[in-house]
Design a protein around this ligand. Structure first.
Ligand code: DOR
Ligand code: ZN
Length: 465
């Protein structure tokens, strides 16, 4: 009997972290059935000619704020997953600072339903750590299948909605102040018991509050002053404490969106000592520095802040050394109106899920990293770190047929108007580069081809194995 393949991807150059070779990929029942230079018999429901292109294991963005539910005027899961598909991403991990937040199992199940019907790509769901407010929910969240635990270190939260308070001041009403180190230690203990990742937003609120008051008194409002108020030190002390807590409790610590060279050094040291401490960074820290602020303006405001050239250089070396093992977008859209204002008072964050892969592919041409390293930091490493490898992050036979096809010669210009997100704020508007995803395939189904989104939402929840 003739085999009927779901999908055959012909003549591409397969890229894994250890090999590049020409082969066809055969997909059956949503799984990779064969990767071979031989032409197998049978018929194909769908065929893709990948001649002249590279075939990568589906790319993963571990850090996306789709703001769904809660702030869907800024973004929603339908738009963010279309943006992901357009940018070659086959799986995203959704951040838990939604409204309601992802703080208990009931909200987890509700969120799975909510996201499922809008998902153009597969998705994992982060849980939020709210100190004493949900210590008793951690184990159940783990068992329910969250992808990891996130703690926004240094943030105050609203006492009724548990929303993050971005510009906390002492004495605000209905606000639970940032947790003390003792309370944070409890969070580390509780998450350590699950064996899952504890990811931290690492900025010291103490230092930031103190320095912000000082800088505000000076009357300076420019980006350099802003960096003095939210300096490298704010990240350094939190990463240092986090590593000490991880050593003490055995938690698997992941440092989110690393922005400083010093943090890379600290993570490197902890890794050398054998501790399970990992780090991610984002394109804005890799491609921008304070020197770009005059050109870009408030679109560049993000927390942690974009720092200096020397940090950028250390981050690239961190990737080369394998110390920074994940690159992600920290996709965090806000509306035009919200972002249009004074640097100090507008919200932090920008779009990123759609531009993550194109920016890194262009960096391959600039010899900042290799295409195989792109596969490592955008696919294999995140999949391994979060316990979904080899189902995701590989092209091994029997695993999910998540595939990103890239044309390394395709020129592009990022134009904010063309972004699929609801809000269009990006620091990379007008940037021209070379190297684009031209097809995104989720479990064998094409969800993007040549920049066009195809079909209705097919995405499913991904849980650690
Ligand atoms: O810039 C940021 N935006 N940093 C964060 O930590 C949160 C995010 C958001 O949700 O807007
Ligand atoms: Zn974030």
């Amino acid at each position: 009997m003739q085999v009927q393949w779901d999908h055959v991807i012909r003549n591409g150059m397969i890229v894994t972290t250890d090999q590049i070779f020409q082969a066809h990929v055969y997909v059956k029942d949503g799984k990779i059935a064969a990767v071979t230079a031989e032409a197998l018999g049978g018929t194909a429901r769908e065929e893709t000619d990948a001649s002249g292109c590279y075939v990568l294991p589906g790319l993963i963005d571990v850090h996306v704020h789709s703001r769904d539910p809660g702030a869907t005027h800024k973004e929603d899961f339908f738009h963010s997953t279309q943006a992901a598909a357009a940018g070659g991403i086959t799986t995203i991990f959704e951040m838990p600072n939604t409204n309601p937040p992802l703080n208990n199992v009931e909200n987890f199940h509700r969120q799975v339903k909510n996201l499922q019907e809008k998902a153009h790509v597969d998705f994992g769901i982060w849980a939020i750590c709210l100190g004493h407010l949900n210590l008793r929910d951690i184990q159940a969240l783990h068992e329910a299948g969250v992808i990891g635990f996130k703690f926004f270190w240094g943030y105050a939260v609203n006492s009724k909605t548990y929303q993050l308070v971005y510009n906390y001041k002492v004495g605000m009403e209905d606000v639970i102040p940032p947790f003390t180190d003792g309370e944070v230690l409890e969070i580390f203990r509780e998450v350590a018991k699950t064996g899952q990742i504890l990811a931290i937003h690492a900025e010291s609120s103490d230092i930031i509050h103190h320095l912000t008051k000082q800088v505000e008194r000076s009357g300076r409002r420019d980006y350099e002053a802003f960096l003095e108020a939210r300096p490298n030190l704010a990240e350094v002390v939190t990463v240092q404490t986090g590593i000490a807590f991880a050593k003490h409790t055995g938690a698997r610590l992941h440092i989110l969106h690393v922005s400083t060279g010093e943090a890379v050094d600290l993570v490197k040291q902890a890794q050398a000592e054998g501790y399970p401490v990992t780090a991610e960074t984002c394109p804005h820290y890799l491609f921008l520095s304070n020197e770009d602020y005059p050109r870009i303006g408030p679109a560049m405001k993000v927390y942690p802040t974009v720092k200096y050239k020397k940090d950028q250089e250390r981050l690239w070396r961190g990737i080369a050394e394998g110390v920074v093992s994940v690159v992600c977008s920290d996709h965090a859209p806000h509306t035009e109106e919200e972002k249009d204002g004074d640097l100090w008072s507008i919200p932090a964050g920008m779009c990123g899920v759609e531009t993550l892969a194109p920016l890194l592919l262009n960096a391959v041409h600039e010899k900042k990293l290799t295409l195989q390293q792109v596969v490592a930091v955008l696919s294999e490493n995140p999949a391994k770190l979060f316990g979904i490898y080899p189902q995701k992050g590989s092209l091994q036979v029997g695993t999910d047929a998540d595939i990103t096809i890239v044309d390394m010669e395709k020129r592009y210009t990022i134009n904010r108007e063309n972004l699929r997100s609801k809000s269009k704020i990006t620091a990379f508007d007008g940037f021209s580069g070379t190297g684009m995803p031209v097809a995104t395939i989720v479990r064998g189904q094409t969800v993007m081809k040549d920049g066009v989104i195809i079909g209705s939402p097919v995405g499913r929840l991904v849980t650690p194995l």
